[in-house]
Design a protein around this ligand. Structure first.
Ligand SMILES: CN1C(=O)c2ccccc2Sc2cc(NC(=O)[C@@H]3CCCO3)ccc21
Length: 138
């Protein structure tokens, strides 16, 4: 063969290398984060941990990647994420920071695990990356 045949359709290849989340997935993730932020259990996770306010000056010695719900929301709105996995990875970092610093059996960690469970449940209803033709707006 002349090597001119392509492995995949150019459009599909372009879609696979797409540098950002499709709009319908980005919108769904944003509404899921906003819904999670409305939970009572989300209150301590709305903003970055403030070691001074909490009187734990050594916090950043133990936590290399601080993460909170507002930062995830800001990154979604700024189209920083290229895949759903990057969003769930940041959410997991936020929860793991809490479990590692406070202990998995602490009350704050129970709160973290509850909001993670809620968010994962939301994601189970996420629309697929490539919508069937019928689902695209005419
Ligand atoms: C997730 N997390 C923590 O992981 C954390 C870290 C160190 C010490 C305590 C905690 S529980 C916690 C409490 C608040 N509390 C507050 O932000 C407010 C303001 C200061 C006291 O209550 C915020 C974050 C947080």
């Amino acid at each position: 063969p002349l090597g001119l045949e392509r492995e995949t359709e150019p459009a599909l290849e372009a879609e696979m290398e797409a540098e950002e989340l499709p709009p319908h997935q980005s919108k769904y993730l944003l509404s899921s984060i906003k819904a999670t932020k409305r939970l009572k259990d989300a209150r301590p996770f709305l903003k970055p941990v403030d070691p001074i306010a909490l009187n734990i000056p050594h916090y950043f010695n133990y936590v290399q990647t601080p993460m909170d719900l507002s930062l995830i929301e800001t990154k979604l709105q700024g189209n920083v994420y290229h895949s759903v996995e990057q969003v769930t990875s940041d959410f997991k970092t936020m929860v793991d920071n809490c479990l590692n610093f406070n202990g998995p059996e602490s009350s704050i960690s129970s709160m973290a695990k509850r909001i993670q469970k809620y968010f994962e449940k939301k994601l189970s209803a996420m629309p697929p990356r490539v919508l069937p033709a019928s689902a695209l707006k005419k």
